[in-house]
Design a protein. Structure first.
Length: 253
């Protein structure tokens, strides 16, 4: 039997690595290909899209996949929707591994917005120093607010660069500690942060640092994802896989 994991997250990499150690199943980890040099995933990996839900369903059949797991980023709404549709089409056991969002704790100054356009409006017209803690796909709209000074951190270089007069790029891969992010924010005199509520530990440093420094966060609200069976941790996902594999084996799948 084979498991296809739609990945790109720390949890997907951990889940794939632990399933590979079983030795009794085949594991394929799929990456969208947005990162030019992804880190070693510890499992057989394919890179690239499938061609929507129809293409994914075709791949599942062609490769004789037994189980499908969506462990993509919480903001990867399109692939999550495609995965749910493909699982429904093929009738495969399907699980979404979804990390819990960060919570607004005492001392946090958060403002939730729906998209980049609302984030730009929330920044205001007065010039300020802004840390864009977003992916490469989300920073382009901020060229509509060129009065601000921007700090952009990304795994890969931003190409093309933002068409704004004042921007600094930092190329780095997490995890980032609170101490490291506090130093970064202080060094660049950051006054506001625009971020996604990604959840998890790897990028929480900026949230904790913002709390300590009293920096407001403009948080892009998570998209609505398909209502499917889900797990909140790798351990829960492994337990679900054990049950799904046992059930599939008993049916002779």
């Amino acid at each position: 039997m084979k498991i296809l994991i739609l990945g790109g997250t720390t949890e997907a990499r951990e889940l794939a690595g632990r399933l590979c150690k079983r030795g009794d199943i085949g594991v394929i980890l799929s990456l969208a290909g947005r990162t030019a040099r992804p880190r070693d995933q510890g499992a057989p990996t394919r890179v690239g899209g499938f061609g929507g839900a129809v293409g994914l369903a075709r791949y599942l059949r062609q490769e004789n996949i037994s189980i499908l797991i969506d462990a993509t980023h919480p903001y990867a709404a399109t692939i999550s929707a495609n995965a749910a549709d493909a699982a429904s089409e093929t009738g495969l056991p399907f699980l979404a591994l979804r990390r819990a969002p960060w919570e607004n704790l005492g001392g946090d100054d958060w403002r939730e917005v729906e998209n980049a356009a609302e984030a730009i409006a929330a920044l205001g017209v007065a010039r300020c120093c802004v840390f864009l803690a977003l992916g490469r796909q989300e920073v382009a709209p901020f060229t509509n607010a060129p009065q601000h000074t921007y700090l952009v951190r990304s795994v890969d270089p931003i190409d093309p660069p933002l068409a704004v007069p004042n921007v600094t790029y930092v190329t780095a891969r997490g995890p980032f500690s609170e101490a490291d992010d506090r130093e970064l924010l202080e060094q660049h005199r950051i006054e506001k942060i625009v971020a996604k509520n990604s959840g998890g530990d790897a990028s929480y440093g900026k949230i904790a640092a913002a709390r300590t420094l009293g920096i407001p966060l403009i948080m892009l609200r998570r998209p609505v994802l398909p209502d499917v069976h889900s797990a909140a941790s790798v351990e829960d996902a492994l337990a679900w896989c054990d049950h799904a594999l046992t059930t599939a084996a008993s049916r002779g799948v």
